[in-house]
Design a protein around this ligand. Structure first.
Ligand code: HEC
Length: 114
């Protein structure tokens, strides 16, 4: 907490310092900046794995959200799928979980469709 307060004071000091010539105009006005976001992954691959995950997960999540998860082990995906079913009532039968987990693992690293 104390470190945070010190960091906050340091940040305030930095903000009130001389304006940075590269980000402001001579009169001190801010200049617009732009960032480029990655293109959205609109759909999972048109493979059996992609279709299964689309069917079971995209009622609540975008394909992009599913596709951008970090590479997870089958064990971690298993925990996520079980959590989706138990905590969030995803319409998944426990008997279908192994196939869904395998599909999620298969999809990781698959080329994205944009
Ligand atoms: C009935 C809706 C629903 C379905 C279907 C669903 N989820 Fe979720 N999911 C949620 C909710 C709600 C959260 C929590 C969102 C938050 O915390 O912002 C979540 C969170 C997540 C997260 C974030 C990490 C976490 O553990 O909270 C991941 C990854 C995820 N879901 C993957 C999946 C996958 C893969 C499927 C398909 C097998 C799926 N979800 C199906 C509702 C759903």
């Amino acid at each position: 907490m104390r470190a945070l307060a010190i960091a906050g004071v340091a940040l305030l000091a930095a903000c009130s310092a001389e304006p940075d010539a590269t980000s402001t105009q001579p009169n001190g006005a801010l200049q617009p900046v732009s960032i480029t976001l990655p293109a959205e992954i609109a759909a999972l691959p048109a493979t059996p794995a992609g279709e299964l995950v689309t069917q079971r997960c995209t009622a609540c999540h975008s394909a992009d959200m599913i596709a951008r998860q970090p590479p997870l082990t089958a064990e971690k995906w298993q925990a996520t799928v079980t959590k989706m079913r138990e905590a969030y009532h995803a319409p998944i039968s426990p008997a279908d979980e192994p196939a869904i987990v395998a599909a999620l693992v298969t999809l990781q690293g698959a080329p994205a469709r944009r």
